[in-house]
Design a protein around this ligand. Structure first.
Ligand code: FA5
Length: 344
């Protein structure tokens, strides 16, 4: 696989050197970095590799991707410059005319954050998959040890949908944890996956709560996975995103589908005065819930909890850029104010 990646890398760079105009450059981009490119196919199929090969191949594939993206940017700058020079020499360009402003689009800060999260976990050997926004009551609750009338359902104010034709209760998923079940039903250990996606809650909004927001679920199942693996993985993730100096708090929490359960909070930066609107003056903002997959959950999907163990986490995506850039209201992400969005 490494040979394949190296060959692909060399060939793409070779072709890039021969690209002579912007149209050719776009077709080069589609061929080598597009959704159907060999490189994207390799990145998507990392999970099928043996566990010991996955991090090595994952790292190399990400390196190749970064290198090709950098090459693309450099080539584009050169071609644009060439175009201007040749246009002005052929006197078709009146350089004295005032320029027309372009309305540039950009990647939404939440999408950028999801890409950053997937990159960090990708380098740790986690594969990225997605799941359905419309879920059944079974996957969202029951399979996660939250039967009807369990008090933990109050943690998730739910938007229900009319039952489907088979009479099954359906809903807009309140978290990405149902994907833990779907994945463990489909794959046998070792499993190492992250799942970004939208989640929905029937709750009032404020500076740190939205009714539609994003989660990234993480799941690792194998022999001998311990709480130390969970803590090490998540603390390393926080360091990658927030730097070495930022304080991270790891402490107990309760979720019915993990045992023991934990949460991580990050030091609040906006908190210079008492009664901070982000953290209420506590100095901390919770970014994720986590824990060791409950043995009953493993048994329910046919994985023997005597042999295997696992950890899982679910993080709130919007809170990460808030903490990184000092954004003091989550609602700014979805109010479509270009003055805000253009800053990213
Ligand atoms: C959960 O949703 C669990 N599924 C997380 C989990 C996964 C625990 C796997 C154990 C194992 P919680 O409701 O706390 O947990 O949501 C997770 C994170 O989403 C929170 O830490 C917070 O950062 C973010 N969050 C929660 N509610 C909102 C909201 N209304 N708006 C924005 N972010 C939110």
């Amino acid at each position: 696989m490494l040979e394949l990646l190296n060959g692909l890398h060399a060939q793409a760079l070779d072709e890039l050197g021969k690209v002579s105009d912007l149209r050719e450059l776009e077709s080069w981009r589609v061929r080598h970095l597009g959704k159907k490119s060999d490189l994207t196919r390799i990145l998507r199929s990392l999970s099928a590799l043996p566990a010991e090969e996955r991090p090595v191949v994952g790292n190399r594939a990400n390196e190749v991707k970064r290198d090709l993206e950098a090459g693309l940017r450099d080539r584009e700058a050169i071609l644009r410059q060439d175009f201007l020079v040749s246009a002005s020499q052929s006197q078709r360009l009146d350089a004295t005319l005032p320029g027309r402003p372009f309305a540039y689009g950009g990647i939404h800060p939440v999408t950028q954050t999801i890409e950053d999260i997937c990159d960090v976990f990708g380098q740790m050997g986690f594969q990225t998959v997605e799941g359905p926004d419309v879920e059944t009551e079974y996957y969202n609750f029951e399979a996660l040890n939250i039967p009807q009338h369990h008090p933990a359902r109050d943690m998730f104010a739910t938007l229900w949908i009319e039952p489907d034709t088979a009479g099954e209760q359906i809903l807009l998923r309140t978290h990405t944890s149902p994907m833990q079940i779907r994945l463990m039903e489909e794959q046998s250990p070792p499993i190492r996956v992250i799942v970004p996606g939208r989640v929905y809650r029937y709750e009032a909004t404020d500076a740190t709560h939205e009714s539609m927001f994003h989660h990234v679920e993480g799941l690792a199942v194998d022999k001998n996975i311990t709480l130390a693996d969970l803590k090490g993985t998540l603390i390393e993730f926080c360091r990658c995103l927030f730097g070495e100096e930022r304080k991270v708090r790891f402490r107990c929490d309760y979720f019915p589908f993990v045992e023991p359960g934990a949460e991580i909070a990050i030091e609040c930066l906006a908190c210079t005065v008492d009664g901070c609107r982000l953290c209420g003056g506590s100095g901390w903002i919770e970014i994720l819930g986590a824990g060791m997959v409950h043995p009953d959950v493993l048994a329910r999907v046919g994985i023997n909890p005597e042999v295997y163990s696992g950890f899982a986490f679910g993080m709130g995506v919007e809170r990460l850029p808030m903490l990184r850039y000092g954004i003091d209201d989550i609602r700014l992400f979805y109010s479509n104010d270009l003055r805000f969005l253009r800053q990213f």
